[in-house]
Design a protein around this ligand. Structure first.
Ligand code: ZN
Length: 58
């Protein structure tokens, strides 16, 4: 699994189908089509959608 935003491999799973990138501090969810929806996490744990990654994630 690589981050759809920065392509880092420092990605951890936080929940079923939900991943967190330790380099750019976003969460992302792989979609059925292989594209990831990305979310910014603020201090209160609120998620702000950043959009969809440009490349399919593996
Ligand atoms: Zn990243």
């Amino acid at each position: 699994m690589t981050c759809p935003r920065c392509l880092s491999h420092r990605v951890g799973q936080v929940a079923a189908g939900q991943y967190y990138c330790g380099d750019c501090c976003i969460e992302f969810t792989p979609g059925a089509d292989g594209m990831a929806r990305m979310f910014l996490v603020d201090e209160e744990g609120e998620l702000t959608e950043l959009g969809t990654g440009e490349e399919k994630i593996t």
